[in-house]
Design a protein around this ligand. Structure first.
Ligand code: ZN
Ligand code: ZN
Length: 309
């Protein structure tokens, strides 16, 4: 199903309105992320669709071996050069993370002046190449994890939009892994839907959704005897799944009784209280995302990487 510009932005606004109404304590985080998620939806809607030749075709054999369609270099290549569109990803970040305003300003100035090359940064980010990013972080006086986080946030809408043509094609091929078959990133949320409660995962980078074995941990793919679920009483359809084998958790929604409801980019924002509960128990998220990397306030990320398999 293809969404139009206003569809996605409106769906996100409605999801955040519901969160504010049902869970008033999450209002500050819903407000902060509204700016980021809605502006991202609008930006994506204004981007041209990716031309087929810019993307490799899904290869059934590689997928059967657990190799995602796109390499890190190919993902980095989906980023536009620094220009109006790329720059427009930055202002909403400063509004969503006021604690990082100075760092965001220094990064923007450096890109504006051409002192840093965005394409180069993205390739280093996707390769996890700290030898490349480290000196840049020092020059900008931005902690390395913060620089990685900001670059990941700038890249995300481009990857979400430009991998779209791959999503349906990839879904037709078998894939049994806990990371994304399109981009290799780990999932941000899991949900149960349909008859028998099929389990789905939603990618933290490109937004692709794929079916996954209900018993396995998406991070370490261990069978779930060591899996614990935590809930808040009275909200049993929302949970966090903790894996004692790898010490990771993922938040989730049970949509089996919510016919017609679907997952959006805002869904995980309504589960931040479960992130806090899981992290208080010493667990780390399966995927580092903007909302689960923040400390209790919007201070900023703490030493996390944008992780790909
Ligand atoms: Zn993905
Ligand atoms: Zn695990």
């Amino acid at each position: 199903m293809t969404m139009t510009k206003h569809d996605e932005a409106r769906t996100i606004e409605e999801a955040l309105d519901r969160i504010r109404r049902d869970q008033p304590s999450l209002k500050p985080i819903a407000d902060a992320f509204q700016v980021l998620l809605v502006s991202r939806a609008v930006l994506k809607a204004g981007m041209p669709d990716c031309q087929g030749r810019q993307l490799p075709s899904p290869d059934a054999k590689k997928l059967s071996e657990g190799v995602p369609v796109l390499t890190g270099d190919e993902l980095a290549g989906l980023m536009d050069p620094w220009g109006e569109r790329a720059a427009s990803t930055i202002a909403p970040l400063a509004r969503a993370f006021p604690g990082l305003e100075a760092e965001i300003r220094r990064l923007k100035e450096s890109l504006d002046k051409g002192e840093s090359d965005l394409g180069h940064c993205m390739r280093a980010l996707m390769k996890d190449d700290d030898a490349e990013l480290g000196p840049m972080a020092s020059r900008l006086v931005v902690p390395l994890p913060v620089l990685r986080f900001l670059l990941g946030q700038i890249l995300k809408p481009f990857v979400e939009k430009k991998t779209q043509p791959l999503h349906a094609a990839v879904r037709r091929l078998p894939w049994h892994r806990g990371y994304c078959p399109v981009c290799g990133a780990f999932p941000e949320i899991t949900y149960l839907q349909g008859e028998g409660g099929q389990r789905w995962l939603r990618c933290s980078l490109c937004g692709h959704e794929w079916q996954f074995n209900r018993m396995l941990c998406p991070r370490c793919e261990t069978q779930g005897q060591k899996k614990n679920l935590i809930y808040v009483e009275g909200r049993r359809d929302e949970f966090a799944e903790l894996c004692a084998s790898c010490g990771r958790y993922i938040v989730g929604l049970d949509l089996r009784e919510h016919i017609g409801e679907s997952i959006t980019a805002a869904s995980a924002i309504g589960l931040v209280h479960l992130d806090i509960m899981a992290q208080e128990r010493g667990y780390s998220p399966v995927a580092s995302c903007a909302w689960n990397m923040v400390e209790s306030s919007h201070g900023g990320p703490e030493g996390k990487k944008l992780e790909r398999q």
